[in-house]
Ligand binder design. Sequence first.
Ligand code: PEP
Ligand code: MN
Length: 306
Amino acid sequence: MIVVMKRGATREEIEHMIQRVEELGLKSQPIYGTERTVIAAIGEKRDEYRHSLESGPGVSEVVSILAPYKVASREVKPESTVVRVGSLAVGNSHIGMIAGPCSVESEEQTMATARAVKAAGATALRGGAFKPRTSPYSFQGLKEDGLKILAAARQETGLAVVTEVIAAADVPLVAKYADVLQIGARNMQNYRLLDAAGEEGKPVLLKRGPSATMDELLLAAEYILNAGNPNVMLCERGIRTFETHTRFSLTLASVPYLHERSHLPVVVDPSHGTGHASLVPRMAAAAIAAGAAGLIRSRSEMLTEL
Ligand code: PEP
Ligand code: MN
């Protein structure tokens, strides 16, 4: 259920309703919008709860949330979320341009790429220090040394740093250096990692799993939101299909679909989505035409991987 507060409801009225929701044994999740505040009341739905909440001070109405995800849904928050951190703004007509190497390979490579992407108009730098590799024999990333290089690149260029975290135990270390925690496609349903990123509080870029449905992506985002972190960006990076000419199939219909269902901004990754550098510029343009709130583009120099 969501408790929709009246426009102009006071802080005290909102606090009172949060308390009332919790007294009923439901989890409360207030969402402060520019238009109105709503309180998501999550737990078992009972009619008597609805009546007791409806009569509360400052309450406009109490409505059921139909979607399986609650806090992520547009029913709860009609206005689009804008995620802002440092040089990066994503959502509601702010288009974030996140670019950089697939992995941080050396200081020279990262610094040169950071300068180049900044000059080309990027608003954030990406680069993996912890790499989730299909093969255990592939380069696994420079780990903390890589994070330090990214922090130095931010210092010089002013670009916000987006970097991947692959394990819940690494969240504090990665958050010490990063502006945005990237949760990769392979980890989309690593629920302990989602909880840890939610509790940490830094903005999260959550990539769609290669075999995840949109509902599964939104429910994964719900874990982060439910842990109290409202700054989540969804990322379409292609799914696995029977097609082998591209590395994945970049399904751009997900962009307007997700924007219809959720207030969270959708970023598109045309590099991993296609696996071919020559296809990236046109798919990037197509993503923006589909309403994407940002692009994340990468290319490795040392590896053949994008
Ligand atoms: C990456 O961004 O470098 C990456 C590993 O992407 P994905 O999780 O989408 O495969
Ligand atoms: Mn990559």
